[in-house]
Design a protein around this ligand. Sequence first.
Ligand code: DGT
Ligand code: CA
Ligand code: CA
Length: 576
Amino acid sequence: MINLDMARIFDEIADILEVKGENPFRIRAYRRAARTIETLVQDLKVIAERGGVSELKKIPGVGEGIAKKIVEIAKTGDCKKHRELMQEVPPGLLELLAIPRIGPKTIAKLYEELEIKSVEELEEAAKAHKLEALPGLGAKVEENILKGIEQYRRYKGRALLSKALPYAESIVTELKKLDAVDKITIAGSLRRMRETIGDIDILVVSKRPKEVMDAFTSLDGVEDIVAKGDTKSSIVLKGMDVDLRVVDAASFGAAAHYFTGSKHHNIRIRELGVKRGLKINEYGIFRGDEKIGGEDEEDVFKSVGVAYIPPELREDRGEVEAAKENRIPKLLELSDLKGDLHVHTKWSDGKNSIEEMAETAIALGYEYIAVADHSPAVGIAGGMNEDKVKKREKEIEKVNEKFEKEGTKFRVLSAAEVDIKSDFSMDFPDEILKSLDVVVGAVHTKFSQDRGTMTERIITAMENENVDIIAHPTGRVLGKRDPYEVDMERLMEAAKDTGTVMELNSFPDRLDLNDVHCRLAKDYGILIAISTDAHDATQMGAVIKYGVATARRGWLEAKDVVNTRGLEEMMRMMKG
Ligand code: DGT
Ligand code: CA
Ligand code: CA
């Protein structure tokens, strides 16, 4: 049972209570607990076993009732309240909650009146115009529900950062062309660079909002105009919801802060304001009726006496306290990186040759790449046998000689992404591992092993003196595959003990380690390698920014990341 599963149970309880129309305070309590638990680095089960209810209650958002349930789940793997509630509603009904534009009250009504309990039944009823007749619904709602279902199906609620960011950037580019736009910024979760994005938020300063809104609602790719007003409009663009707000120049900073969020971060800042007799909202900073600031975002932080907090940190994970004490880290920048320690070539499942990958890396300003082609066990990925490794070595040497002759300061490191097999052995014998400059160990099979076994499996790999880096340590693929169960704290301890580096895989559907794990790694004093896992040359430059963003969200500084070092220093920091 991992924290995420506990969070899911509390979310489901909240969902059902919501459909049943129960007390909103209770619903909110479950949701709040779920959000906290999701991002908690410590293992809840361990806390429950060690300290019980009293220890659990120290976690923000966890009260007596929820603490008891956590203890129950930790002990039995199950929660009675959850089980009982689940029996009260048909399973499909909860899925309906994930459909945009339809709320729990409507869902409850549709269930009572028409016995609608699945997305399919809802779609059928809406198409047959059965909803129109119900009190309080009507044709417009019906139409909205159908659009909502379509959207839900295509995007299941949240989009990957890598999808939302280019859309948002192109909207900003288009709107910037308008004379009526004085200033424009991305806000919301996208500015915070969360791994998934609910909707895109954009903020504009303009004296002629109508022109801006007209342009916004007629952008290329607009599928629907959900709302159009002078201060706020919402559209659906290529399946994504986009909110645009227009504010006065004098409110821009306050609005940028407010709409960047997160909501919990905002609440913390607002509380600090209240202590100083200030009111802080999206319009500005006020003492009584007098507006004392809000034009620049810095005003907000200054007014409450804290240092500037970069957007990636605004998650109410201790950043406000850190800013108070002037301990905001100097976050990693893309330009700090000097190489990529996990890329593939034609020697396994990559598209490009070693030389092509190297040329691209040089163009990115790197000093080295580690070509980490697959080991044999990963058959579908064209894994290399030992003979191939030796042949590849010759080509690596040739490429390196060429660079040396040219006087290019660049080195291709001979590496492999070696499968950590389910029997805990490595997929190459030690002599091959020893011959490589960098060994990247990774799990590719038997994701279903239990938590203890999976943890031991990876720790055994870390204990091999030839294994330098553990790639994508939880194996998750966002929207496709949940992380396998593993005891992250024990992995971190073992990484520390053995001097093993852990990877932050920059692929936007991996981002593994995630932001919370990166922060944990930093606390443990473990080095992170931010790698791309590029399977073609263009990916190397394209996805690295998502890795850097995730590292920043994990509070990482250049010193916490091994590939910010030059070649010699980086190699000295590796184990084998
Ligand atoms: P998302 O879209 O789900 O990925 O996440 P956000 O953070 O972009 O959330 P969104 O789009 O609902 O709202 C944008 C920002 O507006 C949010 O980060 C903080 C601010 N905000 C929204 N509602 C509230 C609220 O009720 N209270 C406060 N303090 N801020 C709010
Ligand atoms: Ca948003
Ligand atoms: Ca929004």
